[in-house]
Design a protein. Structure first.
Lengths: 615, 348
């Protein structure tokens, strides 16, 4: 019988199951395939802190969400259109986010008595009528796999591990996605394991065919291609973006790259990626602790490397003293903080933006440091290059904030031609005649990088206060005061070297929303929707947080009210108020989850209608 | 891929490589207390430098915090006076990034055994080619006299007015346990001996650890007199020499034998033992090194000085370089375009 085809602008699918069910894998495949099919995509892996939590439990549910569509895909999707639920618990924890009328693709094997009990269901939701508001496809996947693949000679054990691929095949049918990218991936991934390749490729097709032939499936969805700029694309997570950015920055600066790091969720993927880049000449140290991570990077920076250290909140706390040393010795250093919910161990796998004030002020003494924040996964690449540029040009440590959300999330990224990326400048001392370790460039106030191994420039640096110019140790009161101001001024002058802030929407008026970091996607979506419905809202996104763009103060004065959504209790609000003496309204969220665009939309609408906002 | 660093370092050394100790004395006042043991390490260091055959600009001294931390200011080489306990982490990064440099680390018993203890054991384990001089004065001096991780039980200090309750680290045993390949002990009262130990350390490829007894005249004066003063040290220390029997005593009349695994001091004059019975030192024998290290706090045995162990293991930074070279050799130099492309990509 013929099936109905419906055109959609966008959709959100969530693959959910046990930690061992392979949900991250099929989610990634769905995401890549959607990018390949020409859509805008935004994804988010949502997994428990436990590595292999007990099977069937509510806290062991691992999920991967893909938001894809023709245009305006800035977030991972507020609500779910299609939920793949491999067991009862994965239905239970995700149902609240499922749209009324949405699709549930359930594996009935995960809804046996034990699974139902673990999920806290008194009766089977697939059978008791409680899902009447949804379209439910309840399938015994193992049985279907077995019956579809009866003529293929593969060990039962291998087949048993392909349920996720079967579900993926069904979702490919639902959204009319091509199978080729995943078939190619299977061939690459399981090269040499013929049984596994055979089983997975057949099961993927079996999933598709099952949906195509079965009466259960009446409707197929089509999403048109996005009007993307031409070019070659790949899927990129924020952490991949940072790793690539570091390698590219080093090449563009023609410097060796050194990474000193210690594994920590959710930043570890950067260290892992870099550790495999040996053929790019990269040197790295998986250090004994966070402190050694940054200190080894400082040592490498002293030796002339583009040096970096990567971490998350608890690690940033440990690195603070060494950051002060990098400020004092005026060595270039890129520090990347993939923020997670704190304090202390907090919610290690969940995002938050609550390290901003620490990034600004979390060092003893007067220790100013440029602070940047990436807006999206692909922006992590661009901002890593920017961090390296500023570090090398101004001889300063630079702190780049990412977070667990954009660090792990992915989106299609138009791959730049390496040759088209700008060169990055570094300034070495080479003139013996006028060499002094702390002699400064009058414009940028940077000192020159004097390299051990360079004859005639033997000198000592360190954490003790330096005499202006000579760099000799000095305890002289007026000198200390002068040096404190010079170090601050050096950072302030960066404001002349960064793009001015851009306002979207009216350039002046009633309400300006200022977002920073990973709230970009939700803020942008909410802004676009409110603008489309005629609301006089303006939006500005900040990538440079210290110093702020030099026109920011003027912009703020042009608006009656300023509102800042952030995943903390008001850090940027605090900074803006202190800096510009302008009252700022805060939209705060600290649940270890990113904003939904719809919740921002509601709160902004209330503000626009002059209602008090519940924050 | 040639970097700016490669180009900057291509400049050949101009002039002679023949130095004198004077070339390593910067024009600054030495601000340690008169009679400080650290001063006694400075001149052997400055005298050693001309013997290394290394261009001065290739030498870097890295220090942490404490009285020892000032050392780099007194050596006219490149220097980095860092933060408390972290000298080894900074020096490790420097050496891994720049294997061409001769990197020396100056630290103390507080800096290295306490706040920097973690970096110490891991640097030993990795075998980074660093020369570590640890000034041990068994007290915190720069903070004016608290006990340190090498202070002995019962020691009276400002923070232990009723006596220290902790047992001390035995630094050489800790270094051996952590996998250090070169482990030695010297002291501030015999500069020639110290200079020869520093030379051995500099020649060793891999981590070199020298514990140096340095007297603190102000807060722990005389702590090592028994082992360092000319009139007592011969009877209370044994100087280890590779391939030679362990003989000590002013009259060279005593020696060390091994009774099972236990070292015992014997008299060579009463007829029971001769030189042939004595333990022969072998720097390559790690088991022996532990036995010797454990003589340190024994009341019945002389304290071992000199080189306890010198074994070879490929230095860490050389392994890093080899891994990079192997990758480039087998896979070709990394191509940026391919890197950015990743595993799968598509054209729009």
């Amino acid at each position: 019988m013929s099936k109905i085809i419906e055109h959609l602008e966008e959709a959100t699918i969530r693959f959910a199951g046990d930690s061992g069910d392979g949900m991250q894998l099929v989610g990634t495949q769905f995401s890549d395939t959607s990018g390949f099919a020409g859509n805008e995509v935004n994804t988010f892996p949502d997994y428990p802190s436990e590595i292999r939590a007990p099977e069937g439990t509510l806290y062991g549910v691992s999920a991967f969400q893909v938001h894809f569509g023709k245009e305006h895909i800035h977030t991972t999707g507020d609500f779910i259109d299609v939920l793949v639920a491999m067991n009862a618990s994965s239905l239970k924890v995700n149902k609240a986010n499922l749209k009324t009328g949405g699709i549930i693709l359930a594996n009935t094997e995960g809804f046996d008595a034990r699974n139902l009990q673990l999920a806290g269901y008194a009766s089977n939701p697939l059978e008791d009528g409680s899902l009447a508001d949804y379209t439910v496809y309840a399938i015994n996947m193992s049985r279907e796999i077995k019956s579809q693949l009866s003529d293929i000679d593969v060990p039962a054990k291998t087949l048993a591990k392909t349920k996720n691929i079967f579900a993926l095949g069904i979702t490919y049918w639902l959204f009319n996605r091509p199978l080729e990218p995943t078939v190619e991936w299977i061939n690459r991934k399981f090269k040499g394991k013929d049984d596994v390749v055979l089983a997975n490729v057949h099961v993927l097709r079996a999933g598709w065919n099952f949906a195509e032939k079965h009466d259960l499936f009446q409707k197929q969805y089509v999403i048109d291609k996005s009007p993307l700029p031409r070019g070659r694309y790949r899927s990129l997570t924020g952490n991949q973006g940072v790793a690539l950015g570091l390698v590219v920055a080093a090449r563009k600066a023609r410097l060796p790259l050194f990474l000193g790091s210690y594994p920590i969720t959710p930043a570890t993927e950067i260290l892992q990626a870099i550790s495999g880049y040996k053929k790019y000449g990269v040197r790295h140290l998986q250090a004994e602790d966070e402190i050694a991570g940054i200190c080894s990077a400082i040592g490498a920076a002293f030796g002339g490397s583009l040096a970096a250290t990567t971490t998350s909140g608890p690690g940033l706390s440990l690195k603070t003293e060494a950051m002060g040393l990098a400020v004092m010795t005026e060595l270039p250093l890129v520090i990347i903080d993939v923020q997670r919910a704190g304090p202390s161990t907090g919610l290690p796998t969940k995002p938050e933006q609550s390290d901003l004030l620490m990034a600004m002020f979390g060092r003893h003494g007067e220790a100013p440091m440029p602070v940047l924040a990436a807006a999206s996964p692909s922006d992590c690449f661009a901002m890593t290059l920017e961090a390296a540029r500023l570090a090398l040009k101004y001889m300063t440590p630079v702190l780049l904030l990412s977070d667990g959300y954009i660090g792990q999330a992915s989106e299609p990224w138009r791959i730049p031609e390496p040759d088209t990326l700008p060169e990055i400048e570094a300034h070495f001392a080479t003139n013996l005649a006028d060499f002094a370790p702390y002699r400064r460039d009058p414009e940028t106030l940077r000192r020159l990088w004097a390299l051990p191994g360079f004859q005639g420039m033997e000198h000592r640096i360190g954490g003790l206060e330096k005499e202006d110019g000579s760099g000799n140790v000095s305890h002289e009161p007026a000198n200390h005061e002068r040096m404190v101001h010079i170090r601050a001024e050096k950072v302030e002058r960066i404001a002349h070297d960064i793009p001015e802030a851009q306002v979207e929407g009216p350039l002046s008026g009633d309400l300006l929303m200022i977002s920073w970091g990973s709230t970009y996607g939700a803020a942008k979506t909410a802004f676009e929707k409110l603008r489309a419905s005629g609301h006089p809202l303006s939006h500005l996104h900040l990538r440079h947080l210290n110093p702020f763009p030099k026109n920011l103060g003027d912009i703020l004065q042009r608006f009656e009210r300023v509102v800042v959504p952030e995943l903390n209790t008001g850090h940027l609000k605090w900074l803006l108020q202190a800096r510009y003496l302008k009252p700022v309204v805060s939209i705060s969220k600290v649940q270890g989850k990113p904003f939904k665009s719809v919740e921002l939309e509601e709160k902004l609408k209330a503000l626009l209608l002059n209602n008090p906002v519940a924050v | 891929m040639k970097t700016q660093i490669d180009e900057l370092l291509e400049r050949p050394h101009e002039g002679s490589l023949v130095y004198s100790a004077k070339d390593f004395k910067p024009n600054v006042d030495v601000r340690w207390c008169a009679g400080c043991g650290a001063i006694s390490v400075l001149s052997p260091s400055q005298r050693l430098m001309p013997e290394l055959g290394v261009p001065k600009e290739k030498i870097v001294y890295v220090s942490g915090i404490g009285c020892s931390g000032r050392f780099p200011y007194y050596m006219d080489t490149y220097g980095f006076h860092s933060i408390h306990g972290r000298a080894l982490a900074i020096a490790s990064g420097l050496k891994i990034a720049r294997p061409d440099l001769s990197v020396w680390v100056v630290t103390g018993d507080g800096d290295n055994m306490s706040i920097g203890g973690n970096h110490f054991i891991h640097t030993c384990r990795r075998n980074v080619d660093l020369n570590i001089m640890m000034f041990n004065n068994e007290v915190y001096s720069l903070t004016k006299g608290q006990y340190s991780p090498t202070s002995h039980r019962g020691q009276i200090t400002k923070s232990s007015p009723l006596g220290v309750l902790d047992d001390p680290f035995n630094p050489v045993a800790l270094a051996l346990g952590a996998g250090a390949t070169f482990v030695a002990r010297g002291h501030d009262k015999d500069r020639a001996q110290l200079q020869s130990l520093l030379k051995r350390a500099s020649e060793h490829r891999g981590v070199s650890f020298i514990e140096i007894y340095t007297n603190c005249r102000i807060f722990n004066d005389g702590a090592f007199d028994l082992y360092t003063n000319a009139d007592t040290r011969d009877n209370h220390t044994v100087f280890l020499e590779h391939g030679k029997p362990l003989i000590f005593g002013k009259e060279k009349n005593r020696g060390i034998i091994l009774d099972g695994y236990t070292p015992r001091a014997v008299n060579l004059e009463d007829g029971d033992y001769s030189v042939n019975d004595l333990l022969i030192h072998n720097e390559k024998d790690s088991t022996l090194a532990f036995i010797l290290a454990n003589m340190t706090y024994s009341e019945d045995l002389p304290r071992p000085m000199g080189v306890l162990q010198a074994i070879h293991r490929e230095p860490y930074e050389a392994r890093v370089t080899a891994q990079i070279e192997h990758e480039i050799e087998t896979k070709g130099e990394g191509d940026l375009e391919k890197l950015l492309m990743g595993e799968s990509s598509w054209v729009v």
